[in-house]
Design a protein around this ligand. Structure first.
Ligand SMILES: [Zn+2]
Length: 363
């Protein structure tokens, strides 16, 4: 297929869109029937079939239970979880709040958006993103690849400082393994090394080990879920993505985000969620600006219509119900956030929107 031809471009965009949509479909597929009866993809949609085809190599089926726990038990005690009040550190939030052994898939019926950035930090792109997040007061979750901040290379040293900077600016960090391996493809020992090895690096570099985890490629299995629970992680998936690793322009990232957002709402009633992006791409850092502007442009229309506004949040608890007595490792039910909290946040947003939307210089 010639990607420069109109048909080729359309095909390429279809692939990109399918990959972006694959978040939920892929995860449900890899996970199998274990956890929740998530919305199955309609076979009527060719792009969903494509998404499933893309996901197929990751489907490893059920694994024997308990193997990872045996390996984990042979290890020394888990390193201290988030201890963010060490001298010289400024974070105000701790991912230890979410240490519940749950799997959060990010779905919500409210217009709540949480930005998450995977695969960094990257010395070329993360600093500008941090400034842009600060400029609009957004706190995000960064799932860091630990090998990027380990070692004595010039780049790794700069990126280690960036990891500290991410924490110091009030963002949450989570583990994205040592070097981005798809865990279900690894032996018990190697999977454990990816998880525990990252903990040791985080402990050394930022002074604590995160309790949030995002599996590379969204690849999971029962065996890996068990391993993560045994290491006291909460797994954070996503329901919104923009295909940013597959493209080369901010506009393509933005267009895909809008299509995915609208489709999730149309088909699943999900009006917001956890958005997966990658701070390792310059076009993603630019796309953040477009997405932010779009959310506020929509808010101006929604304000006039008296509808719920988009609310960019930093708190994962908006997206899942606490575990309660349920066993660890299950996909959490979507949260129905406290009505008074939502009303108060919406009131503040409406006040802000009244000012912003009358401004002549836009955003
Ligand atoms: Zn990744």
């Amino acid at each position: 297929m010639d990607r420069s031809s109109p048909l080729g471009r359309r095909f390429a965009r279809g692939l990109l869109y399918a990959a972006a949509l694959a978040g939920g479909a892929l995860l449900a597929h890899v996970t199998g029937p274990a956890n929740k009866p998530s919305q199955p993809a309609s076979p009527a949609h060719a792009d969903i079939r494509l998404a499933q085809a893309l996901a197929a190599p990751l489907s490893l089926g059920p694994q024997p239970a308990g193997a990872s726990e045996r390996v984990a038990a042979a290890l020394p005690e888990a390193l201290a979880l988030d201890a963010p009040n060490a001298p010289g550190q400024l974070p105000t939030r701790s991912s230890a709040d979410y240490r519940d052994g749950l799997i959060i898939d990010g779905t919500t019926s409210h217009r709540l958006i949480l930005f998450s950035f995977d695969d960094g930090p990257d010395e070329r792109t993360t600093p500008l993103l941090l400034d842009r997040l600060d400029a609009v007061g957004v706190k995000a979750v960064f799932f860091l690849v630990a090998s990027r901040i380990a070692g004595n290379g010039a780049r790794e040293r700069v990126q280690a400082e960036l990891a500290k900077e991410i924490v110091a600016r009030g963002h949450l960090i989570g583990s994205h393994t040592v070097d981005h391996q798809q865990l279900p493809l690894l032996s018990d020992e190697d999977a454990l090394e990816q998880v525990a090895g990252a903990e040791a690096i985080f402990q050394r570099v930022v002074g604590f080990r995160p309790s949030l985890f995002r599996p590379p490629g969204g690849a999971r299995s029962g065996r890996i879920d068990e391993l993560l629970v045994s290491r006291h992680y909460t797994t954070v998936l996503w329901n919104l993505s923009a295909g940013d690793p597959q493209v080369r322009s901010a506009q393509d990232v933005f267009d895909t985000f809008v299509r995915v957002l609208e489709r999730r709402e149309r088909e699943n009633g999900e009006r917001g969620g956890v958005l997966l992006l990658h701070d390792t791409h310059a076009w993603t850092v630019d796309a953040f600006q477009l997405i932010w502007a779009e959310l506020w442009a929509r808010n101006c229309r929604l304000l006039a219509q008296g509808e719920e506004l988009y609310d960019v949040v930093s708190d994962l608890s908006f997206f899942y119900q606490p575990r309660g007595a349920a066993p660890a490792g299950f996909i959490a039910a979507p949260a129905e956030p406290d009505a008074a909290v939502l009303a108060e946040r919406q009131a503040r947003l409406r006040a802000e929107a009244r000012t912003r939307c009358n401004a002549s210089d836009g955003f």
